[in-house]
Design a protein around this ligand. Sequence first.
Ligand code: GSH
Length: 241
Amino acid sequence: MMQETDHAKTDRLDLDDARPRRLPMTVTITAFERSPDGGKGLARDTRVRWALEEAGQPYEVRLVSFRAMKEPAHRALHPFGQIPTYEEGDLTLFETGAIVLHIAERHAGLLPDEANARGRAIAWMFAALNTVEPPILELVTAKLLEGDKPWSKERLPLVEDRVRDRLNQLSSRLGDADWLDGAFSAGDLLMASVLLRLRASGILDEYPNLAAYVARGEARPAYQRAFAAQLAVNAGKRAAG
Ligand SMILES: N[C@@H](CCC(=O)N[C@@H](CS)C(=O)NCC(=O)O)C(=O)O
């Protein structure tokens, strides 16, 4: 066996010392200074907080007003002048799907290791945002922004039924499983976040397995921490916008 000389040992130590140290980078997200929901956790920063909590990653939050969100400094981070954004070193992201995927790809706990299972979990992320969320947002718009229109009463049942169509399909797929595809994943995190928006309408409760699925998501300690953090910002503040 070759003996390592003192000189070689010293060289290695020097090299080790010269190696750039990887300091953990601070993650900063943006959130409403005053959320329109008054802290019910429906603003989309909650999803990002939840993903970071699941991943065990610390983060900072920069609160922005509605006015500041539309100004050039924020638009440089988010082209559509919205929250949340995500900054980590020289990376800036917008869109909760992209942000949650970024977190999930870099940290354990949100995506399975096995390639096919990982692909399916990502498919559920897209399904949540691309297939299930749109009719739910349509319902929110119909109620909050169009409720006073003369045609609103006639349109609302159509919009509600489009939501029910999707929930019927989702409910059949979930069946009595705990999560959409095996263990909890970023797909479940986004799906539960999207479904949460329906609770006030009463429609979620028409699907006991989906209501229980959302409740399981909310019971996760990481969700509880995320919810509490956004509530701490919004509690007692008058909802604006
Ligand atoms: N598709 C975007 C939607 C972002 C979004 O709609 N953010 C809302 C808050 S939850 C917002 O900033 N609304 C204020 C506005 O659009 O002016 C995402 O998933 O990040």
